[in-house]
Design a protein around this ligand. Structure first.
Ligand SMILES: *Cc1c(COP(=O)(O)O)cnc(C)c1O
Length: 373
């Protein structure tokens, strides 16, 4: 029996993080005005072929700024997956818009792109693409729909640092894209996020909104209401050290995915993540498992049984159309999305952070086999 608890995620912080943090302290640059912020913005933008990057305090507000900056007509509809984090729908609603959700693909767990066109109405103005858990959404059909119906594209690449789709980097797609740097993402700043775009007007809007909409010519004078969504130099210092190692981190995640896949592929009670599609190869942001229909219990029970064996796990997202907060707003009335509902009830992920060791993965595999064998 394993006595040491294995957490679902531990980040790797053994590169230049300490060195750059020490520089912040030695120079006194600890606020959002330090030099590492611009450096991180430029290096992230270069990495994903974007012209502008705007560093922020987390990935959720990155979505908020993206939606506000696009400035779509009030009450327009934005199409998005039902299976995602609430930040996506919250950003749409806070911008005065209506989220319209789409079911998931049972194999990639991403928004089913074949179901988007049926949701388009004269009120539809944008598609929010969210890449889920390690495989990106195939962008080609999205580009076709956006072209055909004149729609904007928002790309939530929070889980996709270092990933590609049809050979182009995730975070480079559409009008505006976002990243998160939460500690379970491929690169972290503790808390942090970024908005990226090629459009200088959108970039300027985001820069203004993140900094209280201060007028450049007169500090403390405002034409509009903004926010303080700034990232600190301390966070950017960690982010720069992390970004230096992104390729190594992606390789490490893929090796983890390969190991788990090989060890668990004979277990007939679970569905594993797809290793690749014809447009990308999984980077395993997390290693998810879906309980097959013949398993008599659900993910909550599997999670409990694994916790008894000292294995940390997380349940999958809960669908947007089943959120009490949105039901109370009168949204998604009588809507059903069976694939996503099944993912939410029968999916969970096992320890898959960057600092995981082979010994730990072996312990996890044995525990999963005991619970689900
Ligand atoms: C993590 C995540 C976010 C939110 O990022 P935070 O930095 O935690 O606010 C948004 N979208 C997706 C898909 C995420 O995984």
């Amino acid at each position: 029996m394993n006595n040491q608890f294995i957490p679902v995620n531990r980040p790797l912080l053994d590169g230049n993080e300490k060195k750059y943090l020490t520089q912040c302290i030695d120079t006194g640059w600890i606020s959002s005005e330090g030099p590492f912020i611009t450096e991180l913005e430029e290096k992230m933008a270069a990495r994903v072929n974007r012209k502008h990057g705007i560093a922020l305090c987390n990935g959720s507000v990155a979505l908020d700024l993206a939606m506000l900056a696009l400035d779509l007509p009030k009450c327009s509809q934005v199409i998005m997956p039902t299976f995602t984090i609430i930040s996506c729908a919250a950003a749409i609603i806070r911008a005065g818009l209506e989220p319209v959700v789409v079911d998931s693909d049972p194999l990639t767990w991403n928004m089913d792109v074949t179901k988007i066109e049926g949701k388009i109405t004269p009120k539809t103005k944008a598609i929010m693409v969210v890449h889920i858990y390690g495989l990106p959404v195939n962008m080609n059909p999205i580009f076709e729909l956006a072209q055909k119906y004149g729609l904007k594209i928002i790309e939530d690449a929070a889980e996709m640092h270092g990933q590609n789709c049809n050979g182009a980097p995730c975070g480079s797609f559409g009008d505006i894209s976002t990243f998160s740097f939460y500690p379970n993402k491929h690169i972290t700043t503790g808390e942090g996020g970024m908005v990226l775009t090629d459009n200088p007007l959108l970039a300027e809007k985001c820069r203004s909104l993140k900094n209280l909409c201060m007028k450049p010519e007169r500090r403390f004078l405002h034409d509009e209401l903004g926010f303080n969504f700034r990232m600190t130099n301390l966070q950017a210092a960690i982010g720069l050290a992390q970004l230096e190692r992104l390729d190594e981190f992606v390789s490490k995640k893929r090796a983890m995915g390969k190991f788990y896949t090989e060890q668990l592929r004979d277990l007939i009670t679970i569905q594993l993540p797809l290793q690749k599609t014809d447009y990308s190869e999984n980077i395993y942001w997390v290693f998810g498992l879906i309980l097959k229909p013949e398993v008599e219990f659900d993910a909550q029970e599997a999670i409990k049984r694994l916790a008894e064996k000292n294995i940390g796990t997380r349940p999958f997202f809960w669908c947007m159309h089943e959120q009490p907060v949105f039901k109370n707003m009168g949204l998604f009335k009588n809507e059903k999305y069976p694939v996503a509902e099944n993912l939410a009830r029968r999916g969970f992920y096992i320890p898959s952070g960057l600092a995981i060791t082979t010994d730990e993965m072996n312990i996890v595999v044995n525990a999963v086999k005991e619970v689900l064998g």
